[in-house]
Design a protein around this ligand. Structure first.
Ligand SMILES: *[C@@H]1O[C@H](CO)[C@@H](O)[C@H](O)[C@H]1NC(C)=O
Ligand SMILES: *[C@@H]1O[C@H](CO)[C@@H](O)[C@H](O)[C@H]1NC(C)=O
Ligand SMILES: *[C@@H]1O[C@H](CO)[C@@H](O)[C@H](O)[C@H]1NC(C)=O
Ligand SMILES: *[C@@H]1O[C@H](CO)[C@@H](O)[C@H](O)[C@H]1NC(C)=O
Ligand SMILES: *[C@@H]1O[C@H](CO)[C@@H](O)[C@H](O)[C@H]1NC(C)=O
Ligand SMILES: *[C@@H]1O[C@H](CO)[C@@H](O)[C@H](O)[C@H]1NC(C)=O
Ligand SMILES: *[C@@H]1O[C@H](CO)[C@@H](O)[C@H](O)[C@H]1NC(C)=O
Ligand SMILES: *[C@@H]1O[C@H](CO)[C@@H](O)[C@H](O)[C@H]1NC(C)=O
Length: 486
């Protein structure tokens, strides 16, 4: 989970610079903000290149270089976005010349057209973070969670500190116990502790660097289980070798193999999972997928944050599109859930180990012109709904109920968005309808299940008028995923 630097318990954007005034963009000197000339590259050539999530672009673009004029037409905006991504990818490829890349080992079509359908139970894997005072609109406590809502709860966060496992805060330990209590009311519920919390600066690099420190950490994890009997651990290192040295990729793999070997040798089955990237450029650098497939019980593919407000890419887009939009050009047509899930399969992850991520939160923008309000509309900053461009589902619902708010469901990306013609807020979010579509995708292609980020951001209070139940989005996944079996 990428973690915000601003609020605890919610994901992402650790490196994103939020710039609030569009006017300051316009006044900057006329200078292209990318220096690699890709003007001769055609859309179909861009297709051959790789996507990069916006966060990855940050390090390779110097804000002081200034910005070009704001792109006026949709075509200009799309081209600029695609070119920017391409440039960042070229840079990231250069700095990771050795060791990166995935081999496509099998065809998605063969999977789709296979003769027999596999019969395994789907998983509904829900991240849940220890409640804090900053939680919006309200904190969600363990006792509020129906122990049959999810098949797996992944509790966050623990950290790697000097090759030991530590709670983020000592007060979290009480919540470890309170969450583990849910198992007394559903013996099948698995509760996993996640380590890392998506910050860039983690204890992972130094821990995986030698077999001494790896061993120290693995033993410490086993020791923790004596007091806090979790069913396993989830590694949320974002991302091995992506910001650091290329060696981290193999070191991470070695660590997971040793973890698996050791935990298998000490007694009851310990679940081992990882939160993994969706964009190809990160996947290719960070993971050895065939080897991961051998040691992990499943991967939680973080299929969200595909688009959010960025000062250098100030145009609206869906947070977690199921599919590409007709507007997508070249590289950007890979920035969606279906593409990422297929890629993990093609590169060797067994279908039943691919847990497709989906958010209960939305991303916000502030429009510049109320009549330019679809995808690829010009935005001057993050919106005012929620905080810092991030809105939990109840906050989104509250926005939907305000005067002058228009709600649309995009039938290509299969997700809704909404905008307000007065406040100029624009929000991309997920709701029960998009949850149905994503669950259908997972069922149709017989993938392992759905991962939710996160329980805390769903509507725990029936604050949304449309909510028939608490946690309406997660409940939609539950209904749809297990429909076949019941
Ligand atoms: C699928 O079934 C057909 C007909 O029974 C058979 O010829 C084919 O080899 C099968 N394909 C696979 C991948 O098992
Ligand atoms: C890390 O652990 C080692 C060995 O247990 C110890 O010698 C060292 O002082 C610790 N470092 C920090 C920063 O706590
Ligand atoms: C959690 O429960 C375990 C086992 O009952 C106990 O040893 C530990 O002290 C508890 N931790 C907290 C913080 O209450
Ligand atoms: C650690 O690595 C060193 C050097 O590769 C090796 O000699 C040693 O046996 C390893 N120790 C363990 C516990 O695996
Ligand atoms: C894991 O255990 C297997 C079998 O005991 C062994 O062959 C392999 O080398 C071990 N791998 C690691 C990374 O310790
Ligand atoms: C939800 O209900 C409240 C109170 O009845 C109402 O003020 C609000 O407009 C409604 N919101 C939506 C989205 O219908
Ligand atoms: C919303 O619109 C209704 C009907 O036009 C009006 O009565 C109400 O005062 C408006 N609410 C706000 C908060 O502006
Ligand atoms: C989306 O809706 C439009 C208008 O109803 C229709 O023309 C188009 O074929 C639809 N696209 C998809 C992918 O369903």
């Amino acid at each position: 989970m990428r973690k915000s630097v601003i609020f605890v318990g919610v994901i992402f954007c650790s490196s994103v610079i939020l710039q609030s005034e569009a006017s300051s963009l316009v006044r900057k000197p006329k200078k292209p903000y990318y220096t690699v000339d890709l003007s001769g590259i055609e859309a179909n050539e861009l297709n051959a290149l790789e996507p990069l999530e916006p966060e990855g672009v940050v390090g390779s673009v110097d804000p002081s270089e200034g910005l070009s004029d704001l792109p006026v037409t949709v075509e200009e905006r799309l081209r600029e976005r695609a070119e920017l991504y391409s440039k960042a990818i070229l840079k990231s490829k250069k700095s990771h010349r050795r060791g990166s890349g995935q081999r496509i080992v099998r065809s998605w079509d063969e999977w789709v057209n296979r003769n027999e359908s596999s019969k395994f139970e789907k998983k509904l894997v829900c991240y849940y973070t220890v409640p804090t005072f900053q939680d919006r609109p309200f904190a969600v406590f363990p006792e509020q969670i129906d122990p049959t809502l999810c098949t797996h709860i992944i509790l966050g966060f623990a950290r790697v500190v000097n090759s030991t496992i530590q709670p983020n805060d000592l007060r979290d330990l009480e919540f470890y116990n309170r969450t583990l209590q849910l198992k007394s009311r559903n013996k099948d519920l698995k509760i996993i502790l996640t380590i890392g919390n998506g910050q860039k600066e983690t204890g992972f690099p130094s821990m995986v660097a030698s077999n001494v420190t790896r061993n120290k950490f693995i033993l410490d994890c086993m020791k923790l289980l004596e007091t806090y009997p979790f069913d396993g651990f989830d590694m949320d290192w974002e991302f091995p070798a992506y910001y650091g040295e290329m060696e981290e990729r193999n070191q991470f793999m070695g660590f997971l193999e040793e973890f698996r070997n050791h935990s298998d040798s000490v007694g009851p089955k310990i679940i081992l999972t990882a939160a993994v990237a969706a964009p190809k450029a990160i996947v290719d650098i960070s993971y050895d997928i065939p080897k991961l497939a051998g040691v992990l019980d499943f991967v939680n593919v973080m299929a969200y944050d595909f688009h959010y407000y960025l000062w250098y890419s100030p145009i609206t887009g869906p947070n977690a599109p199921l599919d590409k939009s007709g507007y997508d050009l070249g590289i950007t047509s890979t920035l969606n859930t279906a593409w990422a899930a297929k890629y993990w399969y093609q590169c060797g992850m067994p279908a039943n180990k691919i847990i497709v991520g989906a958010p209960t939160y939305g991303h916000t923008y502030r429009l510049i012109d109320k009549d330019d309000n679809g995808y690829n509309a010009l935005a001057g900053g993050a919106g005012s709904v929620g905080q810092n461009g991030y809105a939990a589902y109840p906050e989104v619902c509250n926005f939907l109920g305000t005067n002058n708010t228009v709600v649309r469901f995009d039938n290509e990306t299969q997700v809704p968005y909404a905008y307000n013609t007065e406040s100029l807020d624009w929000v991309s979010f997920d709701n029960e309808q998009s949850a149905q579509q994503k669950a259908k995708f997972v069922n149709d292609f017989d993938l392992g299940g759905v991962m939710i980020w996160c329980i805390n951001n769903d509507d725990a209070w029936k604050m949304c008028n449309t909510s028939q139940v608490v946690f309406p989005i997660i409940n939609t996944y539950k209904t749809e995923l297990f429909r076949k079996l019941s």
